[in-house]
Design a binder for this molecule. Structure first.
Ligand code: SF4
Length: 248
């Protein structure tokens, strides 16, 4: 696929901004710590699924100290509906303890310190840096990965390759919100199985070869013409009967 021009990339984000000037994460959170926990829980799970479990959890544990005190078992009972909950519970308790002991109970604002926390990889750190600290990072999740590759904004076989490509392609003024625009576009329009290309605001700029098209209007089956009955048959019969009667 030929590389997209800088002009086209800028136009894509200009349209995203016009459609949603202030995109936000759809994860429920109350502060930087609960944001970090919600993002850890959202790995290989949907935001909607995480949001079902977190309000009750954050009502009793919205700081690292409270979460550490809750313990793995009771935390597990709150997040059992979320995929990989056992490993996530273990990581969340461990990262809470680490925050209490090494960061005075605060979520750090440096990538290195974030990535040193149990269960926190580059993607989670990028989301926290962007949402909590306003940094121009670009977390590549499954939606961003798909939209970047389909559109031609940034092709790559790994999230890191796509992140590098996007960081080069996204104009600086759009970097702050690019992650959320791409996520929302992937979640609601450029869906994995059936992209809604006919209703996509960037369809003319997208380079995906297998765009979906508007279905042609369903053609009505031709109405059956009423079969005209031959009016002559009865006459023929009556004529025959008349002839027979005459012959008698
Ligand atoms: S035109 Fe289709 S494939 Fe391209 S970004 Fe839009 S929805 Fe996705």
């Amino acid at each position: 696929m030929a590389k997209m021009s800088a002009c086209a990339a800028a136009e894509i984000f200009r349209r995203f901004e016009a459609a949603a000037p202030h995109p936000e994460t759809e994860l429920f959170y109350k502060n930087n710590f609960t944001l970090l926990v919600a993002v850890v829980l959202s790995a290989q799970a949907t935001d909607a699924g995480v949001n079902k479990a977190t309000p009750a959890l954050f009502a009793i544990a919205d700081t690292p100290a409270k979460m550490a005190a809750l313990g793995e078992e009771r935390l597990g009972a709150h997040i059992r509906t979320i995929g990989l909950w056992r490993a996530k519970a273990k990581n969340i308790i461990a990262l809470s303890k680490k925050l209490v002991h090494e960061q005075e109970g605060e979520v750090p604002s440096s990538r290195a310190a974030l990535e040193a926390l149990p269960g926190v990889g580059r993607k989670t750190a990028n989301v926290v840096l962007s949402v909590a600290f306003g940094e121009a990072t670009l977390a590549v999740d499954t939606h961003v990965f798909r939209v970047a590759n389909r559109t031609g904004l940034a092709s790559g076989k790994t999230p890191n390759a796509v992140e590098d490509g996007l960081m080069k392609m996204v104009p600086e003024e759009y970097l702050r919100h690019a992650h959320h625009w791409l996520i929302l576009h992937g979640r609601y329009v450029c869906k994995a199985r059936a992209p809604d290309c006919p209703n996509c605001v960037i369809a003319d700029l997208c380079r995906f070869k297998e765009k979906t098209r508007l279905e042609p209007p369903a053609t009505k089956p031709a109405a059956k013409r009423p079969v005209k009955r031959l009016a002559s048959k009865p006459k023929l019969r009556s004529a025959t009967r008349t002839a027979k009667a005459r012959a008698k």
